[in-house]
Design a protein around this ligand. Structure first.
Ligand code: GUN
Length: 282
């Protein structure tokens, strides 16, 4: 029987820690402020943005909301970002992805001041993550590391296998596990003999985007399994990239879906906003 890694509880702890620090800053007359930009009406994005604004309310972070129409031009979006970059009262800028097709995502990400890039997507922050210097870490991968640390999972020296190589999860998760001194292997859709590799994992991080792809045949006895996937079944039930029923009896620790990695992303976003405010000299 695996011990469940409770992302809901751990994310709540982090939000409470942030809330306490935000309140202290407020007493000293310092406010923390996040600007959230949503372009278009993608229903999933609207839900994510609503949850981010709710987390701001909970932690005492002021949120500014910009809901722009689907047909917004790249120039208009870049002009808004520039205005927010200049605004000393704004400490974090988040542009919800994906963006409509007329807008170049990489141009938008690069336009956000690296000092306000609380998503950790700006190339300078990616570079800082790789070299281990001060920047902002991307929220989902940073959340995975927090889940492991707060569940007393030792990373140093362990075989860590990441399944998936996206820029927002797989690649940065691998880099952060390496920073924690794990021995890291990145696998993906073209990996040969995937099972042989995942079976070596002490820590298996799955972010492949395929519903219940990883079953017990991919997992070593006693492995720690982190499931980043989220898929909605026919009856609205949520599933991960891991077949929980099959893998749970084998694993020593495992994250559920929902209530595992998901809530950590927003908690780490709140954490990044607080860090951004603390780095401002005033
Ligand atoms: N879309 C999916 N995940 C994310 C995220 O972490 N940040 C932003 N801005 N957009 C996303």
């Amino acid at each position: 029987m695996a011990k469940i890694i409770d992302g809901k509880q751990i994310s709540q702890e982090i939000k409470n820690e942030v809330k306490e620090e935000v309140a202290k800053l407020k007493e000293a007359g310092k406010e923390v402020c996040l600007a959230v930009i949503l372009v278009g009406a993608d229903p999933a994005s609207a839900v994510y943005v609503r949850n981010k604004k709710r987390a701001c309310e909970y932690t005492g972070i002021r949120s500014l909301s910009y809901e722009l129409p689907e047909e917004t031009t790249e120039e208009e979006l870049l002009a808004l970002i520039e205005k927010l970059n200049q605004d000393k009262k704004v400490h974090g800028i988040l542009v919800q992805l994906p963006l409509p097709k007329q807008i170049d995502e990489s141009k938008v990400i690069a336009a956000i001041s690296k000092d306000k890039d609380v998503d950790g997507f700006h190339p300078e922050n990616v570079g800082a993550m790789v070299t281990g210097t001060l920047g902002f870490l991307p929220c989902t991968p940073a959340g995975i590391i927090e889940l492991l640390k707060r569940s007393e999972v030792e990373i140093a020296g362990k075989n860590c296998v990441v399944v998936g190589r996206s820029n927002i999860v797989g690649k940065p998760a691998a880099m952060l596990l390496l920073r924690e001194h794990g021995t890291v292997t990145i696998t993906h859709s073209r990996t040969q003999n995937l099972r042989e590799i995942t079976k070596q994992a002490d820590i298996l991080v799955v972010a492949i985007g395929k519903k219940e792809f990883i079953d017990d045949s991919y997992v070593k006895d006693g492995a720690v399994v982190i499931d980043v996937g989220i898929h909605r079944g026919e009856d609205k039930k949520l599933f991960g990239d891991v077949n929980f029923e099959k893998v749970e009896p084998l694993a020593s620790k495992i994250t559920p879906v929902p209530g595992g990695v998901g809530p950590m992303t927003i908690a780490m976003l709140m954490y990044n906003c607080l860090q951004s405010r603390k780095r401002v000299e005033d």
